[in-house]
Structure formats: C-alpha cells, structure tokens
Design a protein around this ligand. Structure first.
Ligand code: FAD
Length: 291
C-alpha cells in the first residue's frame, strides 16, 4: 500500500521545525529516520498531511560525554551511539540495548529521539530511558522544557510531547561508582523483532560487595516501559544473593501488567518477566563484581 498524499519540507534548524509544526498543527509530523513512521504511513495507520524532515539539522546530531551525564542529540543515528566507545564506557546499558534494536540497516537510519518519540512499550531504548531516568529536552516556539522519562511516556505509542514540540536532546545519567555493571536481554519471535518481553538492569556495589544502587525494569510488560524503583531500593545494602535477586524480579513480574496477543499470552509474558528480570540482575551484579 502507498501512503496518503503529503507535502514535504526539510527544516534547517530545530526552531524552523517547531515553527512549521506550530503552523500546521495536527496535520504535521516530524520525520527523522523514518524507520517507524514510513511503514505506518504506508499502512495508512497515520496520515500526516505535512512532513517536516529534521535529518539535515546538524545541531540535533551529537554525543557529549560529560561527568555525570551523556547528552545525545535527538537526531543522532542509533548506529553512531552503538559504536561510541566513550559513551559505552559511561552508559553501557545503552550500547547493550542497541544491539537488540531492529537490524544493522534500521539502526543506520533510525534515530535515538525517533525511537523514544515512537514510544513502543516493547522497544529497547524507551526501557533504558525509563530504567536510568533519562531526561528529554523539548523545544517549541514558546521555549524549552525538560521531561523525565517517568513523565515522558504516557501509554502505548503515546508520549507527553505536546503538539509543536520537538525532542532536541536526551540526557542519560552516568553512574560514577567504580563497581557498576549493567545487563539487557529480551525474548522475541526472531532476532531484530520488537521484544515479547525485555529486561534491563544496572547495579553498583561498594568494595565490600554490598549494593549501593540498583535500577531495573521491564519492556513489553505494560502499556509503557516499566521501572521498579521501590523494589530496586530494597536491594540496596544487601549482598545481592541469588534469592534476593529472584525475589526482586518476581515482585516486579507480579506488579507488571502484560497483555495477550497472537505472539504470547499475558501469563507467559509475566513468566518471562520473572525469568529475564532475574537474569539481568544477576548479570549486572557479576559485571559490577568484576570491575
Ligand atoms: C524491520 C524493522 C525492525 C525494527 N525493529 C525494532 C526493534 O526491535 N526495536 C525497536 O525499538 N525498534 C525497532 N524498529 C524501529 C526503529 O528502531 C525506528 O528507528 C524507531 O522506532 C524510530 O526512529 P526513527 O528515527 O526512524 O523515527 P521516525 O520513524 O522518523 O519517527 C517515529 C516517530 O517519532 C517522531 N519523531 C521523530 N523524531 C522526533 C523528534 N526529534 N521529536 C519529536 N518527535 C519525533 C515522528 O514524528 C514519528 O511520530 C524497527 C524498524 C524496522 C523497519
């Protein structure tokens, strides 16, 4: 099927993109890598009348590794982030998750901001954003504001980005504990597909092996990617033995609200949530111990 007719314009700056969005209202959409939007247009699931292309805006393409944060321009390609060693050293979970996002070809075009804006509850990058507490910098004609991941995701394929706003930058917290480890895994029908269930974890321990910080979450287990800060906090101060780790993952699985579809029942997804949650927490712990 072909998409419905649309007008197309290349914006030269984020300001111009926002101005075009404001002028055309609901009829307009940004296009970044086009890896989600173009198939949706071809299937006529969305019918923008006006496409604003942000691919030429150099100011939206950067990776800046700072002391406590890694800042990534929204239009930075996923493949660029995947191959950035300085970034992987500071926010390893991001690089670990990217290996599961689609295929080399889709990562060559797809952008970090596009994946977050698409907000698929099974997608890998939204899960990492939720687990690490990433912050989105949004630009509009009226100025700029920030939204934490917790407030950014509103539901399946829905965000709290307002009409006329463009994601300009994503800020990923970098943990500074020496013994920090992270892990990401998922089960999907085929490698490169969206996850049936995904799990991500990051753990920091002190020199004595006690947990000083833990964060973990699940994708495909609810309407948005889920983080479990309360359950993760219960691991702090423990030595992260296998029983404590499994209890935490089982508690998260019990809190999750997965749905059923032709790929898997809700019951199977909840089972996966417990298994994969345990797996990533253990792997993150082992990596933290080996640092
Ligand atoms: C075969 C295939 C397999 C895939 N598998 C996976 C997978 O396993 N996991 C996964 O996560 N993804 C997968 N994807 C999707 C891919 O990761 C996309 O790149 C991503 O979802 C969207 O990024 P994009 O840059 O292509 O955005 P686009 O498709 O251009 O846009 C997506 C949406 O985001 C909006 N948008 C884009 N940029 C901005 C911005 N800066 N500010 C505000 N709104 C913006 C657009 O208006 C649109 O609504 C797959 C895609 C394909 C084709």
């Amino acid at each position: 099927m072909k998409s419905a007719p649309f007008e197309y314009v290349r914006a030269a700056s984020a300001g111009e993109a926002c101005e075009l969005l404001a002028r055309h209202g609901d009829a307009a959409k940004l296009i970044a890598g086009g890896q989600s939007l173009v198939p949706m247009m071809a299937m006529r699931l969305v019918r923008p009348v006006f496409l604003v292309d942000i691919n030429e805006i150099a100011a939206l393409k950067f990776v800046k590794v700072e002391k406590d944060v890694v800042r990534i321009g929204a239009c930075t390609r996923q493949c660029v982030v995947e191959r950035d060693h300085a970034l992987a050293a500071r926010v390893p979970l991001l690089a670990q998750a990217l290996a599961w996002v689609g295929h080399v070809q889709t990562r060559n075009r797809g952008t970090i901001g596009g994946s977050l804006a698409h907000a698929d509850p099974c997608a890998e990058l939204p899960l990492v954003a939720q687990v690490l507490g990433a912050r989105m910098l949004l630009r509009s004609g009226g100025g700029a504001r920030t939204l934490d991941a917790e407030k950014f995701f509103a539901g399946p394929m829905a965000t709290n980005v307002r009409p006329g706003e463009c994601i300009e930058e994503i800020q990923w917290p970098a943990w500074s504990w020496r013994h920090t480890g992270s892990a990401f895994t998922e089960i999907s029908v085929r490698h490169g597909d969206f996850a049936m269930v995904a799990a991500a974890a990051q753990i920091a321990i002190d020199g004595d092996g006690r947990c000083v910080r833990a964060a973990f979450g699940l994708g495909g287990a609810g309407g948005t990617p889920l983080a479990f800060p309360g359950i993760a906090a219960r691991l702090v101060g423990t030595r992260l033995d296998d029983a404590a780790v499994k209890d935490a993952a089982d508690a998260a699985a019990a809190e999750s609200e997965p749905g059923s579809d032709l790929h898997a029942s809700a019951e199977y997804r909840r089972h996966l949530a417990g298994v994969l949650g345990t797996r990533v927490l253990r792997e993150a712990r082992e990596r933290a111990r080996s640092m």
